[in-house]
Write a protein that binds this ligand. Structure first.
Ligand SMILES: [Zn+2]
Length: 106
């Protein structure tokens, strides 16, 4: 495949953070380094640019149904729209948009 078909390297500026701070296996949804809710502060402060957000969106969206299933039933746990906002932290979602996404993920 032609080299120019691959995303530019700059699109992966935060790749080491994403790999190092990957989530513990479900149903934990905690960072395996920080131990905090995933995506952890390292992920959240990585501030992905537009190209990186494009790459993250399908990856994170693929995790969302499982995360909603695992996290929504916990005592004092987050509601599905909160889970959507937590996982898609890099998108400026309103409460209504997060709710709409959560309903589609069921
Ligand atoms: Zn972490």
């Amino acid at each position: 495949m032609a080299r120019e078909r691959w995303p530019r390297l700059s699109a992966f500026a935060n790749i080491s953070v994403y790999i190092d701070h990957s989530p513990n296996p479900p149903p934990a949804w905690t960072c395996h380094v920080c131990g905090t809710d995933w995506p952890c502060a390292k992920w959240r402060t990585a501030n992905p640019g537009p190209a990186e957000r494009k790459l993250l969106l399908p990856v994170i969206s693929g995790l969302l149904p499982g995360a909603i299933r695992d996290l929504r039933g916990r005592v004092d746990g987050p509601q599905p729209p909160e889970i959507v906002k937590r996982f898609l932290f890099f998108l400026p979602l309103s409460d209504d948009e997060a709710l709409a996404i959560a309903r589609r993920m069921r």
